[in-house]
Structure formats: C-alpha cells, structure tokens
Design a protein around this ligand. Structure first.
Ligand SMILES: CC(C)(COP(=O)(O)OP(=O)(O)OC[C@H]1O[C@@H](n2cnc3c(N)ncnc32)[C@H](O)[C@@H]1OP(=O)(O)O)[C@@H](O)C(=O)NCCC(=O)NCCS
Length: 162
C-alpha cells in the first residue's frame, strides 16, 4: 500500500471528520479538527494516498516534555497494512528526541489498538473508570517513557550529561 505521511491541512479535514464518524461514538467534528490547525502545541499528521485521499490520521499534543496522543484512526479498507504503525512511528521518534513520555487513553475492549500500542512499547499505566460513554466503558491509560527532557538533564549543564 502506497502512502506518504504529511502534516494535516485544510484539504484533509472533511475526510478526517468522516473517518472519525465512522470509527468513534463521540467523533471529533470538522470544527474541532480545524481548531487543531491553529494550535501550536498540536501536531496532526495524515497518511495520504497519491491522490489526496486520507488513509489514516493521528494527532499529538505536546506540552513542554509531556506528549498526549489525541487520536489515531485508519480507514477500514486500509487496515493491517502498517498505516497506523507509520503514523505512530513519527510520534515515537519525536518522543525519543523531545519528550519525557507519551501517553494516551484507549477503550478497554479495543484489542487492536492496545496491541498496536504495546508493539510500540506503551505499557498500561492505569485505568479510568467509566471514562467512555456509548457504550460506557473504562479507559486504559497507556504510557511510553522516554526519559528525555526531564529535569535536571534538561537544565543547565545538560550538554555535558551523558
Ligand atoms: C487500531 C488501528 C488504528 C490500527 O490501524 P492499522 O493501520 O490497521 O494498524 P497496523 O497495520 O499498523 O498494525 C500494527 C499492529 O497493531 C496490531 N493490530 C492492528 N490491528 C489489529 C487487529 N485487528 N487485531 C489485533 N492486533 C491488531 C498488531 O500488533 C499489528 O501488527 P501486525 O500487523 O504485525 O500484527 C485501526 O484498527 C483503527 O483505525 N481502529 C479504529 C479506530 C481506533 O480504535 N483507534 C484507536 C483509538 S485509541
């Protein structure tokens, strides 16, 4: 399957909003996706086929050295071809360079997503009771630690720290 990973732009919003509606009970709207274009702390990326089609997308919010994966979704017809892996790999590489950790929430029953995150080194860090509605369900918190950027390694003299 051929695709390139590009930053999300306005041309993707309609398709991503449709993908959200297809995948989630509480989908992100066009307007909420559009807001992320202007959010300096957000990085939203898209796996795009050769003709402007969105195969998948993922969003990250980073505040200082803490990263939160807002979402990741792949078109049903494009699944199990490594698209989500390619998107997540971008965020994990960023994490290795810049973040102390990356964290996210996932429905406890979402075996596909949990397997994906485990493959990328995320571990269960906790559970939020009844976090999701329709259907009501716990969220599993999954986190991958990078240990980068945390004090004191980020502070004065960091350059000399191995
Ligand atoms: C979860 C999701 C993003 C995976 O996307 P994908 O492009 O199919 O994932 P990849 O092809 O990169 O798969 C990577 C790994 O994830 C795991 N995985 C993906 N789909 C899986 C499935 N249906 N069952 C079990 N494991 C699965 C496997 O470990 C897989 O590695 P492998 O193919 O070598 O076995 C996709 O199923 C999806 O969009 N689901 C609906 C939206 C969603 O639930 N998003 C997560 C919200 S927290």
């Amino acid at each position: 399957m051929e695709y390139v990973i590009v930053p999300m732009d306005r041309s993707h919003l309609e398709q991503i909003a449709a993908l959200e509606r297809e995948c989630f009970a509480d989908p992100w709207s066009y307007a909420s996706l559009e807001e992320e274009l202007y959010n300096p702390q957000a990085s939203f990326i898209v796996a795009e086929d050769g003709e402007g089609g969105v195969l998948g997308y993922a969003g990250l919010t980073a505040v200082l050295d803490e990263g939160y994966i807002d979402n990741i979704a792949v078109e049903p017809a494009a699944r199990r071809h490594g698209v989500a892996s390619a998107l997540l790999d971008v965020f994990c590489r960023f994490g290795q360079e810049r973040l102390a950790f990356l964290t996210l929430e996932v429905r406890a029953s979402n075996a596909a997503a949990i397997a994906l995150y485990r493959k990328f080194g995320f571990e269960e860090a906790g559970r939020r009771r009844d976090y999701y509605q329709r259907p009501r369900e716990d969220a599993i918190i999954m986190t991958r630690e990078f240990g980068h950027g945390t004090a004191p390694a980020d502070g004065p003299g960091a350059e000399t720290t191995a």
